[in-house]
Design a protein around this ligand. Sequence first.
Ligand code: PNS
Length: 167
Amino acid sequence: MKIAVYPGSFDPMTYGHLDIVARAAAVFDRVVFAVLVNPRKSAPIFPTDVRLAVIREAVDECCPPEVSARIDVESFDGLTVDFCRKRGAKFVVRGLRAISDFESELQMAHSNRKLDPEVDTVFFMTSVENSYLSSSLVKEIANFRGDVTQMVPPAVARRLAARGPSL
Ligand code: PNS
């Protein structure tokens, strides 16, 4: 069975992430959406448990049942390759939006391969309509109460809208 791990902060998940995971699910038998518990970035907009619940909801709502059934949603802390080993995954999936993503992704793919030569990274080019999207952009717009409904799945938009008035 070919298992792939799709790691990231997903804070919050966007339509870009949903597109990548659905396309990865067409290639691999199982894809694990792996939510990093402690991202290096700024304070998360959603705690880990909410990110997990929202991703599960979005996948179930937006993907056909036969696709959603092959996507797991889990959290991890530590190295991506250690999580891959734990899940029996030999592949890491990442999306590439633009050439500017390439350098850091290349570095990460090589580092992961040094750490575990059995784990290879497979890149999917982000669909053109999602190529401008990033979680940090969505986070900023959402923090100013802007409309992000074209950028994130409804489950994410609902959860953002349900936040209290404080930023
Ligand atoms: O959502 P992001 O920030 O693009 O995801 C980055 C992520 C989570 C894939 C990366 O930071 C990561 O793999 N973190 C886990 C720690 C690790 O394995 N570091 C070495 C990889 S270079």
